[in-house]
Design a binder for this molecule. Sequence first.
Ligand code: FES
Length: 98
Amino acid sequence: MRLPEKGLTRGPRVNILVDGEPASAYVGESVAAALMADGAMRTRTTAGGEPRGLFCGMGVCFDCLVEVDGVPNTRACVTWVREGMRIDRQDGPGTAPS
Ligand code: FES
């Protein structure tokens, strides 16, 4: 929750794509925060189809892997949004871009 009345300010608004759909986020937010603000907690599924999302929130567990601008296995919790970023939820293990 953003609380500007409590002195918390946010950066400028940026336009991003989440699974191909336009969304907005704010400079200074992590990809994980942007995904949660977009209304979904799932970031990926395992090879067996089990949903995963944010767990540690600090770059340790690798549960939050997503594809960012075509790069799979990007940790959503330690990656910051930027204008024009494309974020795709990842199904199964990612493959290296060709
Ligand atoms: S939530 Fe653990 S690495 Fe991102």
